[in-house]
Design a protein around this ligand. Structure first.
Ligand code: GLU
Length: 501
């Protein structure tokens, strides 16, 4: 049998997600256990949403977790380039092949026609999807449209009858009716491929033998299998991992749990504890006959004992209390005092952090003994605050919640995390809300530093970073009673009125 090759294929469109690390871990363990290779590919075909910063953060986070890949955009390899935006010609060529073989077709339908079609289907309670209108065009009509540069996409043919059987190594056979599958767009009007085409072409050309990914992709499998058939390629083995869940069993979401890997790093979790925790998501160490499987294990232990069949499909719960417990065990049982000192020092007093903090506090201290009380909040988790801390002569509690919530939303989409950019954002916001900047910043001081006497709050936000800022804002909103669903709607519409650049 050929060498096992697995991959993680993140899209660089946001913060590095714990779900990406979870899937990467299982791909890596599977490949390593089989003596194969683990590849990292960047799926950045969504040009509007992909950013180089996000790509960098994803790579840095996976590296922090020691989820090391053998080939990737930063490392090269025999199957590159490993960034889809650099593989445009390959997708074009493959899409054209499918058009030539009659397995795909040009579609010239306007957005207006597609919108009307969807409306009609909704009204008639029909399965939404493309109706095949352009399949009926003659070669002459197609040529004529292309000659006249009529905007177009390329879609794949999908059988209208029967069903597709997806064979999943964990789930067995999954049958999906073809009439539920849309005639997927393969090439968009901007000349970029969609995820489906690029993913299949790359998995094949990169020699991927096993695709281990989240269960949210099961419904895409019929399209992918059809594409393999059209190209005459053997499909990889498919394995769909169970989705991570919040403690209430809903799909893991950042509204209920921090999902950015950066948060866990900044909060002072050990990378090996985080990886161990992710390894417990749907998997467990094999144990002796009457012993429970050990919950504390290293990646190497996991690789040595790895068996994908041990993945259980019941939704694994991303329970941060359990992570706290596990991390505590690492600190107490695994790290020697020496190692503790070293790791804590690297976390708190690394040059990147200290160089940012010292200039801010130097002006305000007279003795070293003043440093810890003043700078402690840079190294803490959530500040110990209560509702009364937010009392203010001209701001009501609702005003404070509104300010904190608006900032939480605004920083979410801030393209760069820089002091001046943050300052402008907060000034603009205060201005448009018609609140004096001093008053406006008052609840922010409490939320971020836990006190109204601290270093400049804008500088503080810049230093503690997006993940901790977001977590502290959320924490403070919670202390102030939170925002109800109805309240959030109202706030959202007020927020949309703001003109923030
Ligand atoms: N780019 C996809 C994602 O962001 C990859 C899905 C897959 O593994 O096929 O999750």
């Amino acid at each position: 049998m050929s060498e096992v090759r697995t991959r993680i294929a993140p899209s660089p469109t946001g913060d590095p997600h714990v779900g990406t690390a979870y899937i990467a871990l299982f791909n890596m363990c599977f490949a390593r256990q089989q003596g194969g290779k683990f590849i990292l590919r960047i799926e950045d075909t969504d040009q509007a949403r992909s950013t180089p910063e996000s790509e960098q953060e994803i790579l840095d986070s996976l590296r922090w977790l020691h989820l090391d890949w053998d080939e990737g955009p930063d490392k090269g390899g025999d199957f590159g380039p490993y960034r889809q935006s650099e593989r445009g010609e390959i997708y074009k060529e493959h899409a054209n092949k499918l058009v030539d073989s009659g397995d795909a077709f040009y579609c010239f339908c306007t957005q207006e026609r597609l919108d009307n079609l969807r409306k009609e289907q909704q009204e008639n309670k029909e399965q939404p999807g493309y109706d095949g209108h352009c399949q009926a065009l003659t070669p002459e009509q197609v040529k004529d449209n292309l000659d006249r540069n009529v905007p177009n996409v390329i879609r794949m043919h999908i059988p209208r009858r029967g069903s597709c059987v997806v064979n999943d190594m964990l789930r067995g056979e999954i049958e999906i009716d073809w009439h539920q599958v849309d005639m997927q767009i393969l090439m968009k009007s901007d000349g970029m491929p969609t995820y489906h085409l690029a993913n299949v072409v790359d998995d094949h050309l990169m020699g991927i033998t096993h695709v281990i990914r989240g269960e949210e992709w099961i419904n895409s499998a019929p399209k992918h299998l059809k594409l393999y058939e059209y190209f005459g390629w053997e499909p990889p083995v498919l394995i769909h991992m169970p989705l991570l869940r919040n403690t209430d069993k809903s799909k893991l979401s950042k509204r209920k749990n921090p999902t950015s890997i950066g948060y866990y790093k900044k909060m002072g979790y050990l990378s090996e504890a985080v990886v161990n925790f992710l390894g417990l998501m749907g998997w467990s160490m094999p144990s002796g006959p009457d012993e429970e499987g050990e919950e504390l294990f290293s990646v190497q232990d996991m690789i040595d004992n790895f068996d994908i069949q041990r993945v259980s499909l019941g939704g694994p719960v991303f329970d941060t209390e359990k992570l706290d417990w596990l991390n505590g065990r690492y600190l107490r049982e695994v790290l020697s005092d020496e190692e503790f000192i070293q790791r804590f020092g690297e976390w708190a007093f690394n040059p990147e952090t200290t160089h940012q903090i010292v200039p801010l506090i130097k002006q305000r201290v007279e003795r070293f003994s003043d440093v810890a009380p003043l700078a402690g909040f840079y190294f803490s988790g959530m500040p110990d605050i209560k509702t009364t801390d937010f009392e203010h002569k001209s701001l009501s509690q609702e005003d404070s919640v509104k300010i904190l919530q608006f900032i939480a939303w605004a920083v979410e989409i801030l393209p760069e995390w820089h002091r001046d950019r943050l300052e402008k954002l907060l000034m603009d916001m205060a201005d448009q809300m018609d609140i004096k900047i001093r008053d406006f910043l008052s609840p922010v001081f409490i939320a971020i530093a836990g006190s109204s006497v601290s270093t400049s709050v804008i500088d503080s936000i810049a230093v503690i970073g997006k993940d901790i800022t977001r977590a502290r804002l959320r924490h403070a909103i919670g202390i102030l009673g939170g925002v109800s669903k109805k309240g959030a709607k109202k706030l959202e519409s007020e927020y949309r009125e703001l003109d923030l650049k």
